[in-house]
Design a protein around this ligand. Structure first.
Ligand SMILES: [Zn+2]
Ligand SMILES: [Zn+2]
Length: 250
């Protein structure tokens, strides 16, 4: 905007010698009245890979960093009926809408830039594993965003990660090698498919062309139950073998 710049998420790197994020962003800011315009730093949500760079901005008086916890998000954007209602950030001739999207994280929000029609969707919607902490809240968020874009132009949806290749297969967890990466931007169709996908979700894992639904807690629980069942079976089989062995040796 003409009065203020907005930075959404500060990434996974805190060390400014590894990644001089604050230095670079401040260099890019335009001047106004012989000084850099103020910068507002906000987050899609509080996971560390979206806010580790916050500390780099702490020493700059012209930068305001909004903490990523639910209390701070509600207070700063003046949500009085979270997760209902849409908030606005005014940057000077440019308005950004802030849409509550809890589900992946309790304080997740998406940002909509009215000037470009871009929705910054964080980890709520991206070509990656959509992991849920609260699936009911996630579904309600998807319905909320679909309703929001019904009356507004939507050019692109830009999420927080790419974890799929062009064929829609996921790379290994934490993999740094991503050959044939899926493009970052998703379309309105991908968003429109999300509520039904979440509603029909089996609670564990489901693949769609541009995203994967995954509940890591359920998958972990299923894995633990399988491991315990396997252990019980092994103990039973060994005891049975021993008993047979004892019977056959007088
Ligand atoms: Zn996240
Ligand atoms: Zn993330």
């Amino acid at each position: 905007g003409s009065d203020k710049a907005l930075l959404i998420d500060t990434g996974a790197v805190a060390d400014s010698t590894q990644m001089p994020l604050a230095k670079k962003v401040l260099e890019l800011l335009p001047d106004k009245d012989k000084a850099k315009i103020p910068l507002l730093v906000v987050h899609t949500h509080g996971h560390l890979d979206h806010r580790a760079g916050d500390s780099q901005f702490a020493s700059f008086p012209s930068v305001k960093v909004v903490p990523a916890d639910l209390e701070a998000v509600r207070a700063f954007f003046a949500f009085d009926n979270w997760p209902d209602g849409i908030a606005q950030v005014e940057l000077g001739g440019r308005t950004i809408d802030v849409i509550p999207t809890p589900g992946h994280h309790p304080a997740h929000v998406a940002f909509y830039d009215r000037r470009t029609g871009i929705l910054f969707s964080g980890d709520f919607l991206m070509p990656a594993r959509l992991t849920m902490e609260d699936s009911a809240a996630y579904h309600a968020s998807a319905v909320r965003v679909v309703n929001f874009v019904q009356t507004r132009p939507l050019t692109h949806i830009l999420g927080g990660h790419i974890e799929l290749d062009t064929a829609g297969h996921a790379y290994g967890m934490g993999s740094h090698y991503h050959p044939n990466e899926h493009r970052l931007e998703l379309s309105k169709e991908d968003l429109l498919a999300l509520p039904a996908a979440l509603k029909g979700f089996n609670g564990f894992y489901a693949r769609y062309p541009s995203f994967i639904l995954s509940n890591p807690r359920h998958n972990l629980a299923a894995l633990a139950i399988s491991a315990v069942a396997l252990l019980i079976f092994i103990v039973w089989a060994v005891r049975r073998l021993l008993r047979r062995h004892r019977r056959s040796t007088p």
